[in-house]
Write a protein that binds this ligand. Structure first.
Ligand SMILES: Cc1cc2nc3c(=O)[nH]c(=O)nc-3n(C[C@H](O)[C@H](O)[C@H](O)COP(=O)(O)OP(=O)(O)OC[C@H]3O[C@@H](n4cnc5c(N)ncnc54)[C@H](O)[C@@H]3O)c2cc1C
Length: 432
């Protein structure tokens, strides 16, 4: 009987486990939290109290893994939102023209999404969810990982496994395990965004015309927000502030902060709405990428997955989508057996992460407030993107190219295709 143990039962762990079902006879998913039957919050995923968009690219991948998931989420109140048909995007200060870009998301609270996936995973053959168990360390034997030590109420136990997957989030346990064994550790790339999220759920008192309003930061004002319809008539108000310009969590401070970036109709709708939860903050100091794909001598029997490998700036809303794409990649790698699995998987994952990381870095470094080296090509690209965003305020082709790219439906290079480039040059000149 082959056995895989996934550490962490958040979106990364659940999606990693899905890839392992049917390949390993048993798949055990361990988390230190109790895993609620309903759609409750839990300590290990504090970000769940903030806006979580699932991009259509990620949703499609999840639908392949769990057929019927999308219909179930919609039946439970999840809201499909077309970008920018029934949503308003204000990026770099420009309101994107309304056009059917083919990009979209599904809007539901994070506990609802995670709960639906967890319930479906738990029903698959060979899967066992093990809540309330703290992972305390790996078992190394003969140069490979052969299991993991877990503990509950101070009682330790070893789970033997042919494969152990670290999906315990951005703190990076696997990295310290390697260091403790005297093995090489991955280099870490980071972008210090010094960001805080502050969010609450509200119920608007009058119907609001868009299902999503997204306002991004601009140079000189590194703040923004999302006002997003969620299941059962609730709306999420999420504010973000980067580079130390952080949203407060008191009532009047929260609204005053919103006034800096919100169009008047959004501000009025939020101010008049009925608060349903407290305002909660979440600190996100830096985007982190651990370069496992560059390591030599990674121990067999271990993989790293999801935020443990790369934790993206969440304002771009891509972490869960990337985890779904990593799950597809893991499944593909396992078709060729588990020989040299880590090297093959990390290489595949890097191909997924590279363009997303670069795109996000470009967005972050467009803000002079964010520290970091800007190469001449970064500066040139950012001048181009600024112009593209300006043109996208009136040009459907430019808007479609940009929105589909940030929605991960096409590679970043597609914003440089001749038809887009021509419009950026001509449209940009017209408005200068
Ligand atoms: C504020 C914020 C907003 C975000 N918004 C979006 C968004 O809009 N769209 C999007 O796609 N992504 C978003 N993300 C990213 C998304 O939350 C993650 O990419 C996603 O949850 C996958 O992460 P993960 O499962 O790898 O790690 P995590 O979600 O961090 O989960 C780690 C899990 O490991 C468990 N764990 C930790 N330590 C132990 C231990 N010692 N023993 C046992 N269990 C342990 C925890 O309980 C938890 O369940 C956002 C992130 C943040 C911070």
């Amino acid at each position: 009987m082959t056995h895989a143990v996934v550490l962490g039962a958040s979106m990364g762990g659940l999606l990693a486990a899905r890839a392992l079902v049917g390949v390993y006879d048993r798949v055990t998913v361990v988390d230190r939290d109790p895993l609620p039957e309903d759609v409750g919050h839990r300590r290990g995923v504090p970000q769940a109290r903030h806006f979580h968009t699932i991009l259509v690219r990620g949703l499609r991948a999840m639908e392949e893994m769990f057929p019927g998931l999308t219909a179930e989420l919609v039946a439970d109140g999840g809201i499909p939102v077309g970008f920018t048909v029934d949503s308003r995007f204000v990026l770099a200060g420009h309101r994107m023209v309304r056009v059917d870009t083919g990009a979209s998301d599904l809007q539901a609270t994070r506990p609802m999404l995670e709960g639906a996936i967890r319930a479906r995973l738990a029903k698959l053959p060979g899967v066992r969810l093990v809540p309330d168990h703290d992972v305390t360390g790996p078992v190394f034997e003969g140069g490979r990982v052969t299991g993991v030590e877990v503990s509950r109420d101070g009682v330790a136990e070893v789970l033997r496994a042919d494969l152990v997957v670290d999906a315990m989030g951005r703190t990076g346990r696997a990295r310290s395990w390697l260091a403790a064994e005297g093995l090489p550790t991955p280099a870490e790339d980071r972008i210090d965004v010094n960001m805080v999220y502050a969010s609450r759920l509200v119920r608007p008192t009058t119907p609001f015309p868009d299902k999503l309003v997204l306002v991004g930061p601009v140079p000189g004002r590194p703040t923004g927000f999302a006002f997003a319809a969620q299941e059962h008539g609730r709306w999420m108000v999420t504010q973000v502030g980067m580079a130390g310009d952080h949203p407060p969590t008191d009532e009047s401070g929260f609204l005053a902060f919103l006034k800096r970036s919100a169009p008047p109709d959004v501000y009025d709708a939020v101010a008049a709405s009925e608060p349903l939860t407290e305002i909660r903050a979440h600190r996100f100091p830096a985007s982190l990428r651990r370069r496992y794909e560059r390591l030599r001598g990674f121990p067999p029997g271990l993989l790293v997955f999801g935020d443990a490998m790369c934790s993206f700036n969440p304002i771009y809303g891509q972490g869960m989508t990337v985890a779904a794409l990593e799950s597809e990649a893991l499944r593909r790698c396992l078709r060729d057996g588990d020989g040299d699995l880590a090297r093959r998987f990390f290489r595949e994952a890097a191909r997924i992460i590279d363009p997303v990381w670069q795109l996000n870095a470009l967005g972050d470094l467009a803000l002079p407030e964010i520290p970091g080296h800007r190469s001449p090509s970064t500066k040139a690209l950012n001048r181009y993107v600024a112009r593209l965003q300006r043109v996208a305020a009136h040009d459907p082709v430019a808007a479609t190219a940009f929105i589909r790219t940030i929605g991960l439906l096409q590679p970043p290079t597609s914003i440089l295709r001749p038809n887009v480039l021509a419009r950026v040059v001509v449209g940009g000149l017209r408005r200068e």
